[in-house]
Design a protein around this ligand. Structure first.
Ligand code: CP
Length: 310
């Protein structure tokens, strides 16, 4: 493939190759000397039109650890602020001959819009509510390690603002394909339209939703994407849907907790739980660098890029 717009672009074989490469890079990243020459001479533009800590930094680190050159552009520092269009911005970036553009944008479909207009690889780093494929892949890499490689029969609860979450959409898509039973739990106002067509079980009561799960993924309330009046109040939300230690008593023994970040302690997750042994939140960040190294490696060494891979 030229582009990664969502996890549905990937076959089961592609996902397996990403897992294997990510595992190797995780080991390399734990060494004192982490840099390898694999992508020397390649270049990657990181074009982030929405804020990011984890995704942008980990792509930057991934590129540098593979010896590729990375160049960053944010919306506020770009000529988008002078009225230049997205199309002209990305055509300008492409004229500099990068091998890939990693883009985050607030509009669903923005990654596809640019991928159709560019010859270089486009990797979607999150587009509106639509998709966040690299987050879903790093979450799967993290769970695969926690579950010793076996997704079959495991149950994951995704809890919180699912309506506005590209992370939930990509994770449901990928993890159900891998054999995970996915449950969603949210107040009705934070469930997506047509949720009944998703391959999931839907709950509104957290105490029931958490029973016998193997993992809980908490999501941030995306207040920046919500109109007034959609929410329960923050206090009501955290009382009914904030994950605490007590909820895990009803989960399977050894159940783990994930969160894509950024976290709001005391709102969607109790602060003490975020720091406990059950929490894989920082493991997700570590997996994120390795997973993005795997993706840059696989996309930039495709056969049509002069490499050996398909
Ligand atoms: N999980 C995630 O996408 O985090 P950032 O917004 O910090 O990149």
């Amino acid at each position: 493939h030229k582009d990664l717009l969502d996890v549905s672009d990937l076959s089961t074989g592609d996902v397996e190759r990403i897992f294997e490469a990510a595992d190797s890079f995780l080991e390399i990243n734990r060494r004192p000397v982490k840099k390898v020459p694999t992508l020397k001479g390649r270049s990657v533009v990181l074009f982030f039109a929405e804020p990011s800590t984890r995704t942008k930094t980990s792509f930057d680190m991934a590129a540098k650890r593979l010896s590729a050159d990375s160049f960053s552009l944010s919306k506020s520092m770009s000529s988008l602020t002078k009225g230049e269009s997205l199309k002209d911005t990305v055509l300008t970036l492409q004229a500099m001959n990068p091998d890939a553009i990693v883009m985050r944008h607030g509009v669903s479909g923005a990654a596809q819009f640019i991928a159709e207009r560019l010859n270089c690889s486009v990797i979607n780093a999150g587009d509106g509510w639509h998709a966040h494929p690299t987050q879903a892949l790093l979450d799967a890499v993290t769970l695969r390690r926690a579950w010793s490689g076996d997704f079959g029969g495991k149950t994951l609860l995704i809890l919180g603002d699912i309506a506005h979450s590209r992370v939930a959409r990509s994770n449901v898509n990928l993890l159900t394909r891998l054999g995970v039973n996915v449950r969603l739990c949210a107040p009705r106002t934070l469930l997506p339209p047509k949720v009944e067509t998703w391959p999931v079980e839907v709950y509104s009561d957290l105490n029931k939703a958490v029973k016998d799960v193997d993992a809980v993924m908490c999501l941030r309330l995306q207040l920046e994407r919500q109109q007034d009046g959609l929410l329960p109040s923050l206090r009501e939300y955290s009382r009914e849907y904030g994950l605490g230690k007590r909820h895990l008593l009803n989960a399977h023994g050894g159940a783990v907790v994930l969160h894509p970040g950024p976290i709001n302690r005391g709102v969607e997750i109790a602060s003490e739980l975020a720091d406990m042994g059950e929490s894989l939140i920082l493991d997700q960040v570590e997996s994120g660098v390795a997973t993005r190294m795997a993706l840059l490696f696989l996309f930039l060494t495709r056969k049509d890029q002069g490499g050996e891979r398909v």
